[in-house]
Write a protein that binds this ligand. Structure first.
Ligand code: C2G
Length: 446
């Protein structure tokens, strides 16, 4: 019996996929079809699939052409499958011509003609999109545009910056269709707004966008008072709009898995969380200007606050802040949180540098996430008995903003249930911590 194997994602299953499977089947007597897992696709940079793995498997099954379906989970699996199933022919579309020649050491490799004029990419483009209008054209905005191109159904449709020269440059550089001269023009050309303006403008812009009926993705730090955050959530909820804070760490694959691992008790009861985020910044930067609410807490605290609130909750007893000051702003701050059964601390800096790692201590072991833990693709779970230590690896592609953008789009387009990776209470509490600091509550200045 001649066995043939072929692989694919088979997203939005179409005639091209069908033809390929039919041609592959005709090469032998028995066809094995490998369908990629969602995780494997994520790892190889394909994060815009519309169907999940089960739907994609069902589509392949429905053709009646596959004698056996296997799942493809990792790079290098093809050789193992060929050996394991005794495969005679590996077949794949001609778009891969030459790429899989290395498999000819193990079986015959055949590139089959690809069907012209149809592709998953094309079909994905024809689906409803979310037009995003951007406010702000700074460094994070410049990273956001290329990242958004990896997210299916996200389209940057317009940009606004009150500084017209900067606006022109940005629109030109990134080929944005509409350069808005004011907010009305921006709102007229989008369904959702991404706010990437200076921190102190977030509240006004978010409120204005929500009132205009737009979904909002607001950069961190969200706002500087709990009351303001509550007000914005109330407006969003009343209008059925999605309000999300662009805290990229919360959306990246490693952090999501770390969260579920720790909740399942792999290190026992969590007793301490400690994390640092420090960046050395030019002293003249707006980030260090007290007039613009600059400083380390404002710039970086939301990152360590995320694991602290995720792993210990928001119900702490008190916080003490210790700040190294210069020109009326904190160049560095250490904060210590007291919980009933745990303690947490963080170090944030804009003019002081330290190791940017995170450790989470538990009664059975601990987690170590090396620098930069806030955009990690790797962490370790360690125990007293080192033989039990485990290393975990995940994809984290380029700037890593694509994960939060993907969730933003999913939340807007999903009819029905969507799980918020950062809860309303966590966002409210992050705003409250900023407020406590601004109000000098337990702040010791050095
Ligand atoms: N295909 C085709 N004609 C089209 C579109 C796709 O013949 N118009 C073929 C591809 O060449 C491939 C198969 O259909 O052989 C599945 O395509 P995808 O779902 O795009 O999967 P792909 O990313 O090519 O994954 O490990 C996975 C494999 O490397 C291939």
């Amino acid at each position: 019996m001649k066995k043939v194997i072929t692989y694919g994602t088979y997203d939005l299953f179409h005639q091209g996929h069908y033809n390929l499977l039919k041609r592959a089947k005709e090469l032998g007597d028995y066809l094995i079809v490998g369908v990629t897992t969602d995780n494997f696709d994520l790892e190889r940079g394909k994060m815009n699939t519309c169907n999940n793995m089960m739907e994609r498997i069902e589509a392949v099954k429905a053709t009646g052409l596959a004698d056996q379906i296997v799942i493809e989970e990792y790079r290098g699996q093809k050789i193992e499958d060929i050996q394991k199933y005794g495969v005679d022919i590996f077949a794949i579309g001609s778009d891969w011509e030459g790429y899989f020649d290395y498999l000819s050491e193990f079986c015959q490799v055949v590139y089959l003609p690809r069907t012209q004029g149809i592709s998953s990419t094309q079909l994905r483009k024809e689906r409803t999109v979310v037009n995003i209008g951007m406010i702000g054209t700074g460094s994070i905005a410049s990273r956001f545009v290329p990242e958004s191109k990896n997210v299916n159904r996200a389209v940057i449709s317009a940009v606004y910056n009150p500084n017209i020269d900067e606006n022109i440059l940005f629109c030109h550089k990134f080929q944005i269709p509409v350069m808005a001269h004011n907010l009305e023009e921006l709102y007229a050309n989008c369904d959702a707004v991404y706010i990437a303006s200076p921190h102190y403008t977030h509240y006004e812009y978010t409120k204005s966008a929500l009132i205009a009926g737009k979904h909002v993705l607001c950069e961190t730090p969200f706002v500087f008072s709990r009351t303001q955050a509550e007000e914005l959530y109330t407006i969003a909820e009343k209008r059925g709009l999605h309000l999300q804070v662009a805290l990229k760490t919360a959306y990246c694959p490693a952090f999501g898995h770390l969260f579920s691992l720790l909740k399942s008790g792999v290190i026992g009861e969590i007793v301490e969380v400690n994390a640092s985020v420090t960046t050395l910044t030019d002293e003249n930067s707006e980030k260090l200007n007290s007039k613009f609410l600059g400083g380390s807490i404002s710039e970086n605290a939301c990152f360590p606050l995320l694991p602290i609130f995720k792993f210990l909750g928001t119900d702490f007893r008190d916080i003490h802040f210790y700040s190294k000051m210069k020109n009326d702003v904190d160049m560095f701050t250490k904060a210590v949180f007291r919980y009933d059964h745990a303690v947490a601390s963080f170090q944030v800096g804009l003019g002081v540098k330290t190791e940017g790692s995170m450790t989470i201590a538990g009664t059975k072991g601990y987690v170590y996430v090396p620098a930069p833990w806030w955009k990690t693709d790797y962490f370790e779970v360690r125990y007293e008995d080192q033989n039990k230590n485990k290393k975990y690896f995940y994809p984290y592609v380029d700037e890593g903003l694509r994960y939060e953008i993907k969730d933003f789009i999913a939340a807007i387009l999903t009819e029905g249930y969507y799980f918020n990776k950062v809860s309303k209470e966590e966002n409210l509490m992050m705003a409250q911590v900023q407020e406590m600091y601004i109000n000098n509550q337990n702040v010791y200045k050095l």
